[in-house]
Design a protein around this ligand. Structure first.
Ligand code: ACO
Length: 359
């Protein structure tokens, strides 16, 4: 057996297909690049949830309900305490998500989809002792998040860029966090529990925790001229380069290109992008030299880091913004798993000691 379940098919899904050989990602019948160019968060939620909620309203009505849910979630948040704020953004998000509803209804799903944006902005403001901004249900989810976070309305390009990111990462086959969410949903624990499980898996640096460390790496390298020396030394120490490698993709992650194209459209990013491109070039060259048998290429997290930095999201909150988009997929997968009517319960091979027989 493979401890990482590599190559094991553990679910049938209509939600997304990751073609690791060809570097192609299809999300409910759409190429990821197409969604990245035009879809909003609200649109991908509607796309992913179709067929899983009998009473799913029209896209516009769903968008309205997500906006109203943001306002409700804000009302439910506790007063910020130093104990809570000391946990850090992802753990705060986990604690506060756990306060929300936890059944299998559409209302619960909408509240959970709305919540990460509100909680993440609330957390960042509270951690830095800034006045808390309440949501505006009339704004788009992406624009409202950026407004709550910064205190001013984003430009159309910034709103589009965040939507592009959220659409790009809304779902991705049976990744670790989605698998965790499906396992929990299969026990009928509720959508809130499934989302908290998904977030807990996402938190790790090998999954959704990577983009913050990508920026740390770019900052530590400092200049394009320093890239080769720094990367060689990191690999000599046996470290992994954040933003590279993937369990399924044997070629470049198509989301990397979708997000790079988005970053290129943002003003003032040219210098940072040029340095990142050089770091990427050197990393790929070194990885190919050192791991010739395992094709390691750029993954989604590399350009996620640049994009979220350009949107002035603090790097410690990157994983929370990932959760803002992926929550749509977790919920759809949870409902898809529930519809199978089967609890996920694989087996293990016992390799431990056996009791001695007493004669
Ligand atoms: N840098 C250096 N070496 C690497 C990297 C990397 N980024 N990725 C894999 N390797 C090496 C491994 O150390 C291993 O070497 P070994 O055979 O000498 O032990 C070899 O390549 C094969 O790697 P696996 O461990 O089989 O890769 P796996 O499929 O288990 O892991 C993962 C995939 C976790 C993404 C890995 O590539 C990694 O740690 N990357 C860096 C973290 C990262 O960017 N995570 C985000 C992934 S995308 C997402 O989850 C949203």
């Amino acid at each position: 057996m493979d401890a990482g379940l590599e190559g094991i098919v553990a679910a049938e899904t209509v939600l997304s297909n990751v073609d690791g050989e060809r570097g192609r990602l299809i999300i409910r019948g759409h190429e990821v690049g197409e969604l990245a160019q035009r879809a909003s968060f609200e649109e991908v939620v509607h796309l992913l949830w179709q067929g899983f909620f009998a009473e799913l309203p029209s896209q516009d009505a769903l968008a309205r309900r997500i906006g109203e849910a943001r306002a409700r979630v804000f009302q439910k948040l506790p007063r910020p305490s130093s104990e809570l704020l000391g946990l850090g953004p992802v753990r705060i998000l986990r604690v506060l998500l756990a306060l929300l509803s936890d059944d299998e209804s559409l209302d619960c799903a909408i509240e959970l989809a709305a919540a990460p944006a509100v909680i993440t902005a609330w957390t960042e403001r509270a951690r830095h002792h800034m006045p808390l901004n309440s949501p505006d249900p009339a704004q788009s989810h992406a624009a409202d998040f950026l407004t709550m976070l910064s205190g001013h309305r984003p430009s159309a390009a910034e709103e589009r860029a965040l939507n592009s990111y959220l659409a790009t990462i809304c779902d991705h086959g049976l990744n670790a966090s989605t698998f965790a969410a499906r396992v929990v949903a299969s026990t009928r624990a509720g959508l809130g529990s499934a989302v908290v499980a998904g977030l807990s898996a996402l938190k790790g640096p090998l999954h959704g925790g990577a983009p913050g460390p990508v920026l740390d790496m770019i900052d530590a390298i400092g200049t394009a001229a320093n890239a080769t020396r720094w990367i060689e030394a990191a690999l000599d120490r046996g470290e992994r380069l954040m933003g590279f490698g993937h369990r399924v993709y044997r070629v470049r992650d198509p989301r990397a290109d979708a997000l790079k194209a988005t970053v290129q459209k943002l003003p003032r990013e040219a210098g940072r992008l040029a340095m990142a491109e050089e770091i990427e070039r050197v990393s790929l060259k070194e990885l190919a030299l050192r791991k010739p048998d395992r094709k390691l290429d750029t993954n989604v997290e590399f350009y996620t880091a640049l994009l979220l930095e350009a949107l002035q999201v603090p790097r410690e909150a990157f994983t929370c913004v990932f959760a803002m988009g992926r929550v749509a997929g977790w919920i759809a997968h949870a409902k898809e798993q529930i519809a199978t009517g089967r609890i996920v319960r694989p087996q293990s091979a016992y390799v431990g000691p056996v009791p001695q027989l007493v004669s």
